[in-house]
Design a protein around this ligand. Sequence first.
Ligand code: SF4
Ligand code: SF4
Length: 191
Amino acid sequence: MIINGFKIHPELLEEVHAERCVLSECLGACCTGGAWLDVEQLKIIVPQVAAIKPNLPDDRRDPNAWFSAPAADEAAPGGGTIGTNVVADLRRPGETCCVFLLPDRLCALQVTSQQLGLAYPGLKPLFCALYPLQIDEGEIIVDHETEQHFGGATCRRAGATKQPLYRVFKEEMQLLLGAEGYRELEVMSEK
Ligand code: SF4
Ligand code: SF4
């Protein structure tokens, strides 16, 4: 099945007893190792450094410590990828978290985007906004690797009602397919 130029992995059509995870339970486990963004996304963040800084704890306000050096990547927009750096996660002793993950488990890039009135995902890297979905060579897939490394990043809880996995991750699917494409997916999956 192809919608809006994306192939839909069959796993997303499977009916499962699942609901979305809750941030107060998972504590943002997916942010343990930081995130990847491309050069084009970095260009959106840089002009907003002054707005981002006050949202971070005092010891994380140096923008020079926010990102790793760009690595060349011909496939990525702008020709390179950059990782966000990690710091010790005080809410989960012994673990790390992305430099932008706040003690209340919100993302400082997302919080700043809301303050600036930017449409979602705004400054938040698309990689993060889609998680646990990923795009693999034009196909929308569910990531299973991260949950093996970062406990709690399963992103679904047992639920009484059975529903297709794409519906559990409706917001993420809509980011890629748009509202119209999502409706198309619903119609096609029910045939
Ligand atoms: S940028 Fe935000 S959502 Fe992405 S890993 Fe960092 S804190 Fe988490
Ligand atoms: S993506 Fe998964 S691990 Fe990350 S905050 Fe959401 S439910 Fe939690």
